[in-house]
Design a protein around this ligand. Sequence first.
Ligand SMILES: Cc1cc2nc3c(=O)[nH]c(=O)nc-3n(C[C@H](O)[C@H](O)[C@H](O)COP(=O)(O)O)c2cc1C
Ligand code: SF4
Length: 473
Amino acid sequence: MTVYPRMASFKSHTDFTDHLASIQAELPFDVQMQSGPDSPLAAPMDVDGVKVGNRFCILPMEGWDGTTDGAPTDLTRRRWRNFGISGAKWMWGGEAVAVRHDGRANPNQLLMTEENLSAIAGLREELVRAHAERFGTTDDLFVGLQLTHSGRWAKPNEKMTPEPRTAQRNSVLDARVKVTDDSAVISDDELRRLIDDFIVAAVRAEKAGFTFVDVKHCHGYLGHELLSGVDRAGDFGGSFENRTRFVREIVAGIAAAAPSLKMGVRLSIYDFMPFHPGDDERIGVPVPGADPRLSWGCGPTGLEVDLSEPSRFLQLLEQIGVKMVCTTAGSPYSTPHVQRPAYFPPSDGYRPPEDPLVGVARQLHATAELKRKHPGITFVGSGYTYLQDWLPNVAQAAVAQGWVDSIGLGRMVLSYPEMPADVIAGTTTQRKKVCRTFSDCTTAPRNGMISGCFPLDGFYKAMPEREALKALK
Ligand SMILES: Cc1cc2nc3c(=O)[nH]c(=O)nc-3n(C[C@H](O)[C@H](O)[C@H](O)COP(=O)(O)O)c2cc1C
Ligand code: SF4
């Protein structure tokens, strides 16, 4: 079994860059970090007419910790406060918020109902207040809300009971959510009602004070799965025009109902065929018999990126007035190594089939290619956390060299919320807080628990779930 070197084993920048060269993973890299207002990461920018104060963005991350009615709890509020004190000036959506009950990914996912509007507004206010207390100004803070329907991966009522609403049949993924016939395929009429639900939720998000909404199209959830619905019959499947009808109608409806509200799309720009643990030490391998046509943005082998349709999709987004995109890749359910490169897999995952740095480089290159092709779109990138201690050096170079406009941070802000502020201030990285991709924040919810950084965040370290997770391992 190949053992990949751990990031913490690279003691100097040349150790790291030599390793990158040895695995042919090309990444931008600045040896010299800049700090203060001259840092490329501190440069403000205009996004769809809004001033955004720097080049860090917090990616949406849920905690499986809302009430069963879909309102935030103290745990949710703590996470959003941490986003506020991070120093990042762009909040891409906070976390996935379902537009209706059957679209919740778990019974504790937030739900954008009329009843929850003021509590979700309060969540945004906590974040803004925390940011103001730490950094003074919030004029250049850009806060959105991610709207979703979880489709195939919906579990609205019981933590362990899938209630999938799929875009189409897919033998490999159907087996994972116990689908045996066509009854789980969401009908065209239901999709039309769902489009209205997205529009209603967006209007509520605007009332709650959010400046933009993300019409989520990533990670195998409904919007994303519809994009690869080549076998789906009817108005929302088959041709590119039909597969993009869902997003077009949502965007048009929101533009009419809430003309001042900005819109973005978080997009899995490519995916691979589903993976599962192989016979060799549980290293991930493609599931035999998987159909590569059903994965969006990949070539005929199902194992290589093909950005031609995703690029066509971005062109369409520009035409319909969406000027910001957050790129991500893959799905946490079927291709977690593509989506969140990690050294240690979650309990339902598999050992990495490639050096996780290859996965990081893949996401950065694909984003850079799309940015070159679509200069009218502002791009937030994802997948940087695995870079760990070298994240700042890659992030600074990526922005300075125009690979991406803003550096999206996921897991790193769960373990080390102040990293963006420390980088911009030129403070030495707090190594003890650097996320080491232990994946407990994914393993916990996969086993019915709340999510959080149990190994490194003192607040979660003290919880009984930490012991339960240790026992699971
Ligand atoms: C605990 C957890 C919760 C997440 N929740 C969401 C979510 O609600 N919406 C979403 O689009 N992505 C979600 N993600 C994915 C992250 O936004 C991000 O794409 C991923 O972690 C890779 O970025 P990173 O390498 O910086 O962690 C979640 C990730 C984690 C670890
Ligand atoms: S549990 Fe903490 S250290 Fe592990 S991946 Fe999540 S954020 Fe990183």
